[in-house]
Design a protein around this ligand. Structure first.
Ligand code: FES
Length: 116
């Protein structure tokens, strides 16, 4: 684990395919919204910014999965993303995926790994 990794939340806070946890990440000198979810046992984090229009994905805080719990969905126009990669799978993201944020799960907690 990086020396300056920042705690986001307890690993138990993320149910598989369940609500995500929002946090901020410092990028290019500004704090940007991000989120972390658990999918098929692993945690994945992305900037909370749709590939279509740069708005946050969740219309209800923390609700990033669609009803099937297999895809991340943008609440504004319904773009679908792969939870494990952030790849655009359909809809108005038109091939523009989510931006991954480096996190790791260790000793029961989830940490942000700073990049700047
Ligand atoms: S803003 Fe996300 S699909 Fe349009």
């Amino acid at each position: 684990m990086a020396e300056d990794a920042r705690l986001i939340c307890a690993g138990a806070a993320l149910a598989d395919g369940g609500p995500g946890v929002r946090f901020t990440v410092r990028r290019h000198g500004a704090d940007e919204p991000a989120f972390v979810v658990r999918f098929r046992g692993r945690v994945h984090a992305y900037l909370n910014r749709c590939g279509h229009v740069p708005v946050e994905l969740d219309w209800q805080h923390g609700e990033f999965f669609d009803d099937s719990r297999l895809y991340l969905i943008c609440a504004t126009h319904g773009a679908l993303y792969a939870p494990e990669s952030g790849q655009c799978l359909g809809g108005r993201c038109s091939g523009r995926g989510l931006t991954a944020v480096p996190v790791e799960e260790r000793d029961g907690n989830i940490y942000l790994i700073p990049t700047e």
